[in-house]
Design a protein around this ligand. Sequence first.
Ligand SMILES: NC(=O)c1ccc[n+]([C@@H]2O[C@H](COP(=O)([O-])OP(=O)(O)OC[C@H]3O[C@@H](n4cnc5c(N)ncnc54)[C@H](OP(=O)(O)O)[C@@H]3O)[C@@H](O)[C@H]2O)c1
Length: 202
Amino acid sequence: MARVETSSNRPYHLVIFGASGFTGQFVVEEVARTVSEGPNGNLKWAVAGRSKQKLEKVLEQAAGVLSKPELRTEVDMIVADVGEPDSLAAMCKQAVIVLNCVGPYRFFGEQVVRACVENGAHHIDISGEPQFLEGTQLNYSSQAAEKAVFIIGSCGFDSIPADMGVLYTRDQFRGTLTAVESFLTFSSGPEVCHYITHKSIN
Ligand SMILES: NC(=O)c1ccc[n+]([C@@H]2O[C@H](COP(=O)([O-])OP(=O)(O)OC[C@H]3O[C@@H](n4cnc5c(N)ncnc54)[C@H](OP(=O)(O)O)[C@@H]3O)[C@@H](O)[C@H]2O)c1
């Protein structure tokens, strides 16, 4: 595996864990697109997951979609399994940031957060699971602060508009806001999908 030094002496700025999942595949495509088109051309990144074959397939697919055959050879792969702590530690030691797409987080999330904190990698997830998020804050906040590691939850489609909507409503609301129900409608082809979320802010 080619080692490219980052500013923090880790080979990768970003490791996408769970790259073979439904969401992970889109994340891979988006990172590849951003790296090639944006100002982040020097970003060093890798894909990670429990199956090397699946990771190869994901890179092949992204290479096809983006017409960038070089992705198949230029992006490194890390094999790591949530059930194998040593593999998680090895992955986290190589990353400045682990972008964790492995869910459900209530089953698989804590192990990855712990490995990140213990091995000095920042952790970003796309969870929408309050129990996991609150448990993480309760159990890892102090250790993360001691290690100067950021744990940033719910960086995903579902979560960001909901959080922003709640903050906006709280700031504009005349009184004490205790709960918010939000409704999202979007159209995709002939079907219309209605999405209802409930967010308590106490
Ligand atoms: N906040 C939001 O807006 C939002 C949006 C979409 C998804 N999500 C959340 O994101 C998570 C992923 O969703 P998804 O639809 O992408 O799920 P998915 O298609 O089932 O993908 C799950 C990923 O986790 C991996 N995985 C499972 N067990 C593992 C293990 N023991 N070790 C290592 N990797 C393991 C899978 O690897 P294999 O391919 O090897 O099975 C796969 O890459 C879910 O928790 C979902 O709720 C949130």
